[in-house]
Design a protein around this ligand. Structure first.
Ligand code: BGC
Length: 449
């Protein structure tokens, strides 16, 4: 039996990377209103100030993919923290919209790396029966980061050039992450895969205190016996192809069911549904952010007990139902009046709650579990690139879709993707609860025989 108190602390330190992910993606929704007062921005420039983060994230996930396999997980998280630090400072001091866009791109770059390196790191240090909860600390941190960004946007809203402070606050968690990561060990799995057995034993001791280090090393080594050096060729090998499809498919589902239309545009949606004042729209948004945090906590409690797949079904049913109701509310909008306000608020709450117990944590968790150690970094980075690319497509097309088809049909479209997602999860996604990473790897081998 492994001791888990320090593994919790170490995971929480790494999860500060998730907090930065949430903070830096959320902060722009409020900051943009004030950036527009500093410079007169065209719609195109505004679009790019928002989307440059997503483009940076795609690049970050692409470029650092095999670096985490070559340099190790810990070093890469430290470099990411430094990029967050520099990026936050630079955006706060930006002298032109172009500079702001570029520095936001740098922050995006850091988010892209953090979004897969943190779950990767935690999944490799966590004991099998606690892995779901520990890896999902990252998602919890993302949701806390989002709420913090909404609140900090509120605090600096009345200050002159307040957006600079909103952006600059990011240096604090960036510093915490850099210092914290200096104190924690590299993952034993990565050390073993590179042949550093003594260092792996020392890391195991640091993570689990007194444990049978030799037995642990043997267990991990045994699991790696069949693995070849990680490369794209190995990643696309026939036996691993289903795992690749699961990773990319889950990321498609997470983004294409529309979560970030709510996270990035909630105040706009609330205004569309009749919350006239900005204050009421923003308060409702903070409420949504809090629900997101609370339901992620619920998910963390249930993941390792109920399993990943039952939670995916529950969440998807909730999301589909609320999207259909929301779509109906917008369809009958003109006749619904006051009722539209109430129905849209309730459906958004149910929608975000359902996402937070399921797709939010589980997609990141499953991609950290289903790949063999040697190519885990590379494979996760492919899935992460997919996540940010789908995110970008949805962010760029949401408002044009609303303009062209109307809000009702756009939400109905998300619901239809949700129905397809139910099929995908049932047929393609394996249950990973309580199984060791090495056992999961074997499933793919068996399937290909
Ligand atoms: C998603 C983000 C989303 C966040 C909301 C994450 O799992 O990847 O795109 O903004 O959840 O909580």
């Amino acid at each position: 039996m492994l001791h888990t108190s320090s593994v919790r602390l170490i995971s929480a330190i790494a999860a500060v990377g998730g907090l930065l992910f949430g903070y830096d993606t959320g902060v722009i929704s409020g900051a943009l209103l004030f950036i527009k007062e500093t410079w007169t921005l065209t719609a195109f420039e505004q679009g790019w100030i928002v989307s440059s983060v997503l483009v940076g994230a795609i690049l970050g996930a692409v470029l650092s993919g095999n670096l985490t396999d070559r340099l190790g997980r810990k070093k890469i998280i430290i470099i990411t923290a430094l990029a967050f630090f520099v990026g936050s400072l630079a955006t706060a001091l930006a002298r032109s919209p172009l500079e702001l866009m570029l520095y936001r791109g740098l922050i995006g770059f850091a988010i892209g790396i953090a979004s897969y390196t943190v779950p990767l790191y935690i999944s490799e240090i966590a004991p099998d029966d606690k892995r779901g909860a520990l890896v999902s600390l990252n998602q919890l941190a993302i949701t806390v980061g989002i709420v913090l960004s909404y609140l900090i946007d509120g605090v600096f809203a009345k200050v002159e050039n307040g957006w600079r402070y909103m952006m600059g606050v990011g240096v604090v968690p960036a510093l915490l992450l850099a210092v914290g990561m200096l104190l924690v060990p590299e993952t034993p799995r990565w050390l073993i895969s590179r042949g550093f057995i003594d260092k792996a034993k020392a890391a195991l001791h640091k993570i689990y205190g007194d444990c049978d280090e030799i037995a642990e090393v043997n267990k991990i080594q045994k699991g790696m016996l069949h693995e070849e050096q990680g490369s794209f060729k190995e990643l696309t090998a026939r036996w691993l192809r289903p795992a690749l499809i699961v990773g990319i498919g889950l990321m498609f589902i997470q983004q294409a069911t529309g979560i970030n239309t709510i996270i990035y545009y909630a105040p706009t949606i609330f205004q569309l549904s009749g919350f006239e004042s900005e204050v009421s729209a923003i308060s409702a948004t903070v409420g949504i952010g809090v629900i997101n945090v609370l339901m992620t906590l619920v998910s963390i409690r249930l993941l390792d007990r109920l399993g990943r797949k039952p939670l995916l079904y529950i969440g998807l049913y909730g999301m589909i139902l609320s999207l259909v109701v929301l779509s109906g509310a917008f369809y009958f909008g003109n006749t619904a009046g006051e009722a539209l306000k109430v129905v849209s608020l309730i459906s958004l709450v149910v929608y975000v709650a359902a996402f937070a117990v399921s797709l939010g944590p589980i997609c990141w968790l499953v991609i950290s579990e289903i790949y063999p150690t040697q190519i885990r970094g590379l494979a996760m980075s492919v899935a992460t690139v997919a996540n940010w690319s789908f995110n970008l497509v949805v962010a760029l097309t949401f408002l044009p879709l609303v303009e062209f088809f109307g809000t009702a049909y756009t939400f109905l479209g998300f619901a239809i993707i949700g129905i397809w997602a139910l099929w995908f999860c049932k047929v393609k996604v394996p249950e990973t609860k309580g199984r060791s990473l090495e056992e999961i790897e074997n499933t793919w081998r068996q399937m290909s025989k």
